[in-house]
Design a protein around this ligand. Structure first.
Ligand code: GDP
Ligand code: MG
Length: 220
């Protein structure tokens, strides 16, 4: 289960020609909010209505082009441990980005966001970036958490916010791409101010200062 690079910092990989950076991303949140479905939708473009037990699944890999770079995403799914809301600290190690998910039809999952956020802050790297995602926005009739409350909580926690649907494929790709962009922005900022002798990034990744995609909320 060791990652190809244990860097906490998306180290440039020269040994593998197939990508410039690798980012470890974690999807976190209460059980049954749709984390596994969200990952399957993004990585395989598939959706299974039946509850899929996550046991045995560690991560999926997807390589994307962003900012002129080939970025390999190693996206981790929790193997059922989220039921106990205590995930091993090893799981958080080296993660550069988090998708913190709740279900817009489940108040309890929304109330747990604060706890998950505390876990991230406690166990992860300080510069890890977090996006708050309200999933299942296709189920408007069953909605119990308004978009406004989601947005307010995200603002309060300092995260960006999306509503999404793994089922109807709404804002799934956008969520991952935005997360990659904020990680790149952060990395670029840090490298600008870092001492190259310390970081070993002599040439520094010349990430282009591309405009982020417009913020998209759920259209359903
Ligand atoms: P996890 O425990 O967070 O990994 O959640 P799962 O991905 O296993 O999903 C739990 C249940 O919610 C399953 O029955 C999924 O089919 C369903 N589900 C997941 N995402 C969505 C969604 O966007 N919309 C709807 N309507 N159902 C979803
Ligand atoms: Mg799961």
């Amino acid at each position: 289960m060791a990652s190809a690079t244990d860097s906490r910092y998306g180290q440039k990989e020269s040994s593998d020609q197939n990508f410039d950076y690798m980012f470890k991303i974690l999807i976190i949140g209460n059980s049954s909010v749709g984390k596994t479905s969200f990952l399957f939708r993004y990585a395989d473009d598939s959706f299974t209505p039946a509850f899929v037990s996550t046991v045995g699944i560690d991560f999926k890999v997807k390589t994307i082009y962003r900012n002129d770079k080939r970025i390999k995403l190693q996206i981790w799914d929790t193997a059922g441990q989220e039921r106990y809301r205590t995930i091993t600290t090893a799981y958080y190690r080296g993660a550069m980005g988090f998708i913190l998910m709740y279900d817009i039809t489940n108040e309890e999952s929304f109330n747990a966001v604060q706890d998950w956020s505390t876990q991230i802050k406690t166990y992860s790297w300080d510069n890890a970036q977090v996006l708050l995602v309200g999933n299942k926005c296709d189920m408007e009739d069953d909605r119990v958490v308004s978009s406004e409350r989601g947005r307010q909580l995200a603002d309060h926690l300092g995260f960006e916010f999306f509503e999404a649907s793994a089922k109807d494929n709404i804002n799934v790709k956008q969520t991952f791409e935005r997360l990659v962009d904020v990680i790149c922005e952060k990395m670029s900022e840090s490298l600008d101010t870092a001492d190259p002798a310390v970081t070993g990034a002599k040439q520094g990744p010349q990430l282009t200062d591309q405009q982020a995609p417009p913020h998209q909320d759920c259209a359903c």
